[in-house]
Design a protein around this ligand. Sequence first.
Ligand code: F6P
Length: 343
Amino acid sequence: MKRIGVLTGGGDCPGLNPVIRAIVKRGLQIGGYEFVGIKNGWKGLLEKTTKSLNERAVSGIIHKGGTILGTSRTNPYNDPKDKKKAIANFKKLKLYGLIAIGGEDTLGVANKLNKDGLRIVGVPKTIDNDLYATDFTFGFDTAINIATECIDRLHTTAESHNRIIVCEVMGRHAGWIATYAGIAGGADVVLIPEEKIDMEEVCKVIRKRHKKGKTFSIVVVSEGAQFKKGDMILQEEKLDSFGHVRLGGIGNQLAEKIEEKTGYETRVTVLGHIQRGGTPTAMDRVLGTRFGVMAMDLVDKKNFGKMVSLTGNKIIAVPISKAVSKLKTVDKKLYDIAKVFFG
Ligand code: F6P
C-alpha cells in the first residue's frame, strides 16, 4: 500500500471537502493506496498530528464548508529546524506522497519541499482567485455568490433610505471578488487594488447618478484598494508567518470621505468571513471534485512537483513553481466592463 498524505493550508474556503473526498475516492478506485489526513496544514506535519482518511471519513462531506482536516497559516520555512522536521516527519509518517491543497503560501511551501526532494502534488484553493497558472480556484464561485446576494440586499435598504452604501469585500491584493460581485450585483462603483481610488471621480459618478434622479448608490470596494494618495488600510500592523498584513478598514474610510464630499448619508457593510463560510456552490463542488481526481491521477502517474489547474475548461498539470511565481490580478478588460455600469 502506498500511503498518501493530504493537507489543507491557509485560509479555509468552500470546496476543500469535495477535493479531499475526490482524492480518496479516486485513490481507492485505482487501488493500492491508503490515505492519511495531516491536521491543520503544515503545522500538522511539524507536529505529526494526523487523522485517518478512509472511505467512511470522506463520506457525506461534499456539501460541507470549511475543511474536515483543519487548517493553519504555519510556514515551516521560517526556521531551518522546522524545515528539517517537516522533511523528517514526512518519512516518519511513511508517506509515499503528499497532496497539498492551498493558495500561494501553502503551495509556496509545497514547491520548496518538492525541490528538497519530497513527492508533492498541489491543488489550488482560495476565495481570492489570485493564484497564477489557473483560470479559477474553487471557493471563488461561492464567495462571489454570497457577496452578490449581499449586494442585492443592500440595494433595497439603500433605496428605501436614500443612502449610499459602501460594501467592503475580501480578496487581498487582487480585486476579483469585487469585480465579479460588483458586476453581478449591479454596483454603481467598483474599487479594486489594481487601480488607485480617485475620490473626485467616485464622487462625480455618484453626483451624476443622483442628478439623474437616483436616490441611492452602491459602492463595492476591495479590502486591498488604496486611495490615490495614501497607504493600504490595515487592521493591524502584525504580519502572519508568510509576511502578510491583515487588511480591512478601507470601507469605513471611503464611506466617511463620500459623505463628507457629497453630503449624502452613507453607510458601510464589511462582508468579512461570511464570504468564506458555509456550503460550497455546485460549481465549486464540481471544480473541487475535478481537481481532486486529477491530483490523485498525477500521484499515480508519478507526476510530482505539479499543481492541477483549470485552463479553459480543461484540468491540466502545471509546475507548482509557475503557480507561485506571481499573483494573478484582475484583467483590465474585465474591469473596463464593470466601469461601463458606473453611475
Ligand atoms: O485569502 C483569503 C482571505 O479570506 C483574504 O481574502 C483575506 O484578506 C484573508 O484571507 C483573511 O485572513 P484571516 O482569515 O486570517 O483573517
